[in-house]
Design a protein around this ligand. Structure first.
Ligand code: HEC
Length: 157
């Protein structure tokens, strides 16, 4: 009987952990990195590739080229080439970099994708207008995890 109760409690804990999402305002950075998954789960790399290369989503491709997605047209050169990013950085560092690159590169023009207060959206850089604080982050917690999962597949050969 006691055994059953313990198993049930363990199941409840697992269910809670799987749905516990970290809000953009509660993200904990350590030297620019975020240790834990923002969703409590691993991301989907294939979906991450889609997010990075879609204009309406991450649009990382507008600033970053990569051999890994050489089939995608209109690759920008503003940021470094992302091939090998999964070897240069740890998963925690990449999560921090995508959520808020200013914690790693002070004064970078790369947008913070998981931040809600006082940041400038890519298009607003030209007008000097900061986005109002109540707008959602550019990417959701799940989308950040998908992007991190894809970046981790970009290993040096
Ligand atoms: C407006 C241009 C821009 C966009 C959009 C952008 N980045 Fe960046 N990114 C940069 C720049 C510039 C750097 C170099 C850091 C610095 O010195 O400012 C950088 C650095 C990085 C790095 C570290 C470089 C490395 O490989 O060693 C990663 C990883 C990265 N970006 C991922 C992303 C991802 C993922 C997205 C989309 C979700 C994205 N970036 C969108 C401009 C951009």
């Amino acid at each position: 009987m006691k055994r059953i109760a313990t198993t049930f409690a363990a199941l409840c804990l697992t269910a809670t952990a799987a749905t516990a999402e970290v809000a953009p305002t509660d993200v904990m950075f350590e030297d620019g990195a975020i240790a834990e998954s923002l969703t409590g789960a691993a991301g989907n790399a294939e979906n991450g590739r889609k997010i990075m290369t879609s204009k309406s989503l991450g649009n990382c491709v507008s600033c970053h080229a990569a051999e890994a997605y050489a089939d995608v047209p209109f690759q920008g050169e503003v940021g470094p080439i992302l091939d090998g990013a999964g070897s240069r950085w740890t998963e925690a560092e990449l999560r921090g970099l995508v959520a808020n690159p200013k914690m790693t590169f002070e004064g970078t023009i790369m947008p913070a994708f998981y931040k809600v207060d006082g940041f400038t959206r890519p298009g607003d850089a030209y007008t000097g207008k900061a986005a109002p604080a109540d707008l959602p982050p550019l990417l959701s917690a799940a989308q950040i995890e998908d992007v991190v999962a894809y970046l981790m597949t970009l290993k040096d050969e």
